[in-house]
Design a protein around this ligand. Structure first.
Ligand SMILES: NC(=O)c1ccc[n+]([C@@H]2O[C@H](COP(=O)([O-])OP(=O)(O)OC[C@H]3O[C@@H](n4cnc5c(N)ncnc54)[C@H](OP(=O)(O)O)[C@@H]3O)[C@@H](O)[C@H]2O)c1
Length: 355
C-alpha cells in the first residue's frame, strides 16, 4: 500500500534582516503561495539588535518587523542558538557569526551562508568548517562567490572526482567591475567611488571593496574548494589598491587617485579593458589591476558581471568560463534558497542507517 508521508517542516534560524534576508523572505513566501507550503518554518530570527520567534508561517512580515527594531539596541554579536534547529542561514557579514559556523555544524545543524567570512578568512576557521563537513556537516555556500554563478560548486565537483585543477582566475567584484569600466581619468577616481557608494553599489565602508578585502575572501573560498592550502596573509594584493586603515575611509580613497591615474596613462592600447583580476594556482594567490586584451574571457563581460575561468586537466585546451550577473540581493537569496532546499532534499534521501 502506498502511504502519503508528510515531512514535518524544517526548523530554520535566520541571521540577518538586511537586503538579502528580505529578498529570501519574499522568495520563500512566493514559493509557499505557489506550492501551498515550502516545508520551511522560520523558527528563530535575529539581527544585531534583537531576536524573535515568529509564530506566523509567512517570512516577510517577521523579517520586516525585526528589521524595524530601534537602531540604538545592540545584542550579543554572536547569537546563541538552541538545539533542534535543522538549518542556520547566515545572511550577516559578521565575523563573530562566521566564527560559530563550525560549532553549529558539529551540533548537527546545516549551515547555509552568504557570509564569506566562514571559508574566506583564516586558515584555522576554514579548517574547522571543512573538518566538520568531512564529519557529515552540511555547508551551503554557493551564494558567497558570484551570487550562485556556480564557481564554488563546479570547483568542488572537479576536486571530488580527482581532476587536477591548474589555475583559477576571476573578476569577482561587481563593484570593482563597475568602477573600472566607468573610470576615464576625466574626474578623480574617488568621485566615482562616491557615486557608486551613493547608488548602494559598495559596502558601507567602500575600502572593503576597493582595497580588495572582499575579493580576497572570494579567492580564498575558490582556492579552498579545490583543496589548495591558503595560509594566513598569503593573498598578495596590488599595492595600487592599498588603502590606509583608520576612521576616515574617504581620505583613504582619495589617496588612491594618483596611482589609478598613473595606471590609466599606461593603457597599452585603446581596446584594452582594465579590471581587478584575482588569480590562484596551487602555490600563489594574487589580486592585481590588469589591462585585459579584448579576447581574454575575463574581458568579455557586460555591466557588473562576474567571470570565473578554470584551467584543469580536462579544460586544458580551452578553459571553462562561467560568466554572468554576480551580485544583487535577489540572485544571492535565490542561491541561498537553492542550498537550503538541496540540504533538505539530501536529508530526506539519506537512508535510515546513515541518520
Ligand atoms: N547584497 C548582495 O548583493 C550580496 C551578494 C553576495 C553576498 N552578499 C553577502 O550577504 C550577506 C548579507 O548582505 P546584505 O546586503 O543583506 O547585508 P545588509 O543589508 O547589511 O544586512 C546584514 C544583516 O546582518 C545583520 N547582522 C550584522 N551583524 C550581526 C550579528 N552579529 N548578529 C546578527 N545579525 C547581524 C544586520 O543587522 P543590523 O541591521 O541589526 O545591523 C543586518 O540585518 C553579507 O555577508 C554580504 O557580503 C550580499
Amino acid at each position: 500500500m502506498n502511504r502519503l508521508v508528510i515531512a514535518p517542516a524544517a526548523r530554520i534560524a535566520l541571521i540577518g534582516t538586511g537586503q538579502v534576508a528580505r529578498a529570501l523572505a519574499v522568495a520563500i513566501d512566493r514559493r509557499a503561495s505557489r506550492l501551498g507550503s515550502t516545508g520551511l518554518r522560520l523558527a528563530w530570527l535575529c539581527n544585531s539588535r534583537g531576536q524573535a520567534r515568529p509564530e506566523a508561517p509567512e517570512w516577510r512580515g517577521a523579517v520586516d518587523r525585526l528589521d524595524r527594531t530601534e537602531r540604538s539596541q545592540r545584542t550579543d554579536p554572536s547569537p546563541e542558538l538552541a538545539d533542534g534547529l535543522d538549518v542556520v542561514i547566515d545572511l550577516s557579514a559578521s565575523d563573530a557569526v562566521a566564527a560559530r559556523h563550525a560549532e553549529w555544524l558539529a551540533r548537527g545543524m546545516a549551515v547555509v551562508t552568504a557570509n564569506k567570512r566562514g571559508l574566506g578568512e583564516s586558515a584555522a576557521r576554514a579548517d574547522a568548517i571543512l573538518a566538520a563537513g568531512r564529519a557529515g556537516g552540511e555547508y551551503g555556500d554557493s551564494a558567497t562567490v558570484g551570487a550562485g554563478l556556480g564557481g564554488v560548486r563546479r570547483l568542488r565537483e572537479l576536486h571530488a572526482c580527482g581532476e587536477p585543477v591548474h589555475a583559477i582566475a576571476g573578476v569577482l567584484s561587481g563593484t570593482l567591475a563597475w568602477l573600472f569600466d566607468r573610470y576615464d581619468s576625466r574626474r578623480p577616481f574617488s568621485e566615482l567611488v562616491r557615486e557608486a557608494h551613493a547608488q548602494g553599489y559598495t559596502e558601507p565602508d567602500p575600502r572593503e571593496d576597493i582595497a580588495g578585502h572582499d575579493v580576497a575572501r572570494k579567492l580564498r573560498i575558490l582556492a579552498r574548494a579545490v583543496g589548495w592550502p591558503v595560509p594566513d596573509g598569503s593573498v598578495e594584493i596590488d599595492p595600487r589598491l592599498r588603502c590606509p586603515e583608520g576612521p576616515e575611509p574617504w581620505a583613504a580613497i582619495v589617496s588612491l587617485n594618483a596611482g589609478i591615474d598613473e595606471l590609466f596613462r599606461q593603457r597599452p592600447d585603446p581596446s584594452a579593458r582594465p579590471a581587478v583580476v584575482a588569480r590562484a594556482c596551487p602555490e600563489r594567490r594574487v589580486i592585481g589591476l590588469e589591462w585585459l586584451v579584448p579576447d581574454d574571457p575575463l574581458a568579455q563581460r557586460s555591466g557588473c558581471d562576474n567571470a570565473i575561468v578554470i584551467h584543469s586537466e580536462r579544460y586544458r585546451e580551452r578553459p571553462l568560463v562561467l560568466r554572468g550577473p554576480g551580485a544583487g540581493p535577489e540572485l544571492t537569496a535565490a542561491a541561498v534558497l537553492d542550498d537550503v532546499l538541496a540540504v533538505l532534499q539530501g536529508r530526506r534521501q539519506r537512508p535510515a542507517w546513515a541518520a
